[in-house]
Design a protein around this ligand. Sequence first.
Ligand SMILES: C[S@@+](CC[C@H](N)C(=O)[O-])C[C@H]1O[C@@H](n2cnc3c(N)ncnc32)[C@H](O)[C@@H]1O
Length: 291
Amino acid sequence: MEGQLSIFDTKQKKTTPKVVNVASVPQRSPFRYPGGKTWLIPVVRKWLKQSKEQKKLIEPFVGGGIVSLTTAFENLAERIIMVELDYEVAAVWEVIINGDHNWLADKIYSFDLTPENANSILQKESKTLKEQAFSTILKNRIFHGGIITKGSGLIKKGENGKGIKSRWYPKTLRDRILAIGHVKSKMEFVTGDAFTELEKIKDDANYYSFIDPPYTVAGKRLYTHFKIDHDALFALTAQLKGKFMLTYDDTEEIRALAKKYNLDFRIIPMKTTHHIQKNEIIISDNFEWWK
Ligand SMILES: C[S@@+](CC[C@H](N)C(=O)[O-])C[C@H]1O[C@@H](n2cnc3c(N)ncnc32)[C@H](O)[C@@H]1O
């Protein structure tokens, strides 16, 4: 298991040279998340540490949840709200954060992964919440690139089993879920819409909002829910009384929106998992913490 984990870590290190030291970011999430923000964690830590006062964190597009999880484990906020609309992803957080995380940990650990067993889980209709959570984890781990939208197909019959096992680390996954169980009392998960939940907290200055919406062409392939009103998100973000950090790909459209809402931004280089160099844009209410 150690070996498998370190292969994963090495890959992370290689993909983000100079920018940030990802080696300092423990992998806490049970998900492999396309577009995941693990690489940004050192920056997020600085952002959260800008004031010593008690704070709450909301992550309205939580996905794999690395920001919320790191915040919980490192005690960077007293309360954490995670929000996700995708029912497959949401089921996992519902079970881990609001439900019986031990059940999911045991289920993963004791599952005999064969193509037949996997297909029978994935194809089952009308799943219970727990079954859905397990099915999502399975799909996320054995499908190409961790992509779990409708387009990604079932495992081919006759596959010898090695392929699907290459990212199935049951002990690591169990241990991550059990570890989350130790910190989850300060966490809350909401299956729902980012806009609705941000509206609820927008006048509370104690909230730090980490906002990482789905965006661009990649959004369509990676996420089931990728269509959001970016102008409306900027408008709502600009109204937040608390601190915020809004992240996007660096494009003309996004720079124009930042300008429209009079929001300051910084550019940060990163490399995608496919080793493509690109820039991300970080929009925030202030950049005192950036130095
Ligand atoms: C860019 S990803 C977040 C990745 C996350 N920061 C991570 O590191 O794993 C955006 C997420 O927002 C979810 N989403 C899309 N529209 C949403 C909405 N209106 N409300 C809540 N979540 C939404 C998508 O399903 C996806 O999981």
